[in-house]
Design a protein around this ligand. Sequence first.
Ligand SMILES: Cc1cc2nc3c(=O)[nH]c(=O)nc-3n(C[C@H](O)[C@H](O)[C@H](O)COP(=O)(O)OP(=O)(O)OC[C@H]3O[C@@H](n4cnc5c(N)ncnc54)[C@H](O)[C@@H]3O)c2cc1C
Length: 546
Amino acid sequence: MASASRRFDAVVVGGGHNGLVCAAYLAGAGLDVCVLERRAVLGGAAVTEEFHPGFRNSTASYTVSLLNPKVIRDLDLAAHGLAVTLRPFANFLPLATEAGGGYLKVGGGLAATQAEVARHSRRDADALPGYYAMLDRVAGVLRDLLLTTPPAIVGPEAGVAGLLDAWKLARRFRALDLAGQRDVLDLFTKSAGDVLDRWFESAPIKAAFGFDSVVGNFASPYTPGSAYVLLHHVFGEVNGQAGQWGHARGGMGAITQAMARECARRGVTLRTAAAVARVVVKAGRACAVELEDGDVVEGRRIVANVNPRLLFEQLVPAEHLDPDFLARIRAYKCGSGTFRMNVALSELPDFAVLPGRQAQPHHGSGIVLAPSLAYMEQAYFDARTRGWSTAPIVEMLIPSVVDDSLAPAGAHVASLFCQHVHPDLGSVQPGRDWDDARDEVADLMIDTVDRYAPNFRASVVGRRALSPQDLEREFGLVGGDIFHGALTLDQLFAARPVLGHGRYRAPIPGLYLCGSGTHPGGGVTGVPGHNAAREILRDLRRRRDR
Ligand SMILES: Cc1cc2nc3c(=O)[nH]c(=O)nc-3n(C[C@H](O)[C@H](O)[C@H](O)COP(=O)(O)OP(=O)(O)OC[C@H]3O[C@@H](n4cnc5c(N)ncnc54)[C@H](O)[C@@H]3O)c2cc1C
């Protein structure tokens, strides 16, 4: 076993965007930091790769909103080339005949959306301003919590300071009027369907908003807690415009490449093709990692960007963990039921309800193929019992409409983000796994788009499909979970990943967590990395950490 002589102040396991953000902040504070990434490219689930000769696209995550403005500023990402373009409007929902036909466009300003919604329901158009205001108020509460470390009210760090922090947080909630407090409670606990049914009557508008509640969430939109997942998708902003989603020029890899450049500028050692096999614990303290090739990298502290289950089930030897903690980690829910495809297209989809093969605003929006909440619920039930639905939920984005760096002139790339497929296929189709079913389901997704845009199948000249199993194998996303763990109330805030260790510190001294399996959860936010760095530096200042 080779042993490196250099001992870093911090070794970050995983070069996903949160690992890079954490490393940049630590290096900015003067620490000597090393990032070890298993893949050949930095960025984790936020990368751009060529998937067909001449065609590049974001491989996993594909659209930006949640990336925190403070992180963008502090890491000078714009100076490193990050440019985010707003979508022409947010969503386009072509509707099948059984859902009334036609289409719905959402976004492009309140008046434009109201005019669109009024074609389906005058009452819903009138309800829109109130709904947006309610959502914005509750999202404001969540935004305030993002950069906050959950208070230490239980667990090893609990104390008076933790109670004081909790009281300060409660004050933010109490500042709302009673209606606002009820809305917070609703959105943190109820199903998205229950919330939306109270506000709206027409299926398409409920589908447009309800789609966010099933993204990465293997559940029905009527499952309690799904309203929180909806909320989780609206706390972001693009170029200062709250709640909007946009496109990073060059794909999501442009974000992480910019982060990597800032890390390099701050002196971080960045290593790719460096898979960590084990966290080394000596005298009760994490002090090094051993790579799969046998190399050992020493660090005064180890910071894990990987999914908590991957960390504690695979990388930390079990003898260093309390059995109750380990049992709870094993029960930490992971498995979003997401199927992700990139397709290379010879031409744009020609939608039956809005014809044309030349780029139009709807081609640049998030195209949602799921006309009602009932459709989404059925897709979930089918997947839960049979593996997938023959009527799946597909969101399609065609980034090449707003970014000519991704495909040859005249051609296009599209991201297909498909929900619901069963993360553990063998449990409902004994004897089968995703390697066996991938192509069948990829064909189904293409056929699903083809039902709305009949030139689609013939226009596909190349494709790459990632099943839940592929997402786990390729990126270490346990159960294919795009958020490093379900965003359910029992796994949020101070309980992410486990109550008592929701403050970025693992139960082993010298070991920290900085990935999406910590508060505030998944999405390309940079927030877990930011918050973890702050806690590590806080421990250093208080000399709690050598
Ligand atoms: C298909 C898909 C679509 C998504 N769409 C969006 C979207 O459009 N917008 C959005 O905001 N979010 C989206 N998300 C969620 C978002 O991408 C993730 O939550 C986020 O990127 C996770 O970042 P992270 O840094 O916490 O972890 P990751 O990006 O998962 O990084 C962890 C890193 O650790 C590495 N690693 C694993 N094991 C080891 C090891 N043993 N040794 C060394 N390195 C290791 C991995 O290779 C990876 O690079 C999507 C995710 C997926 C999968």
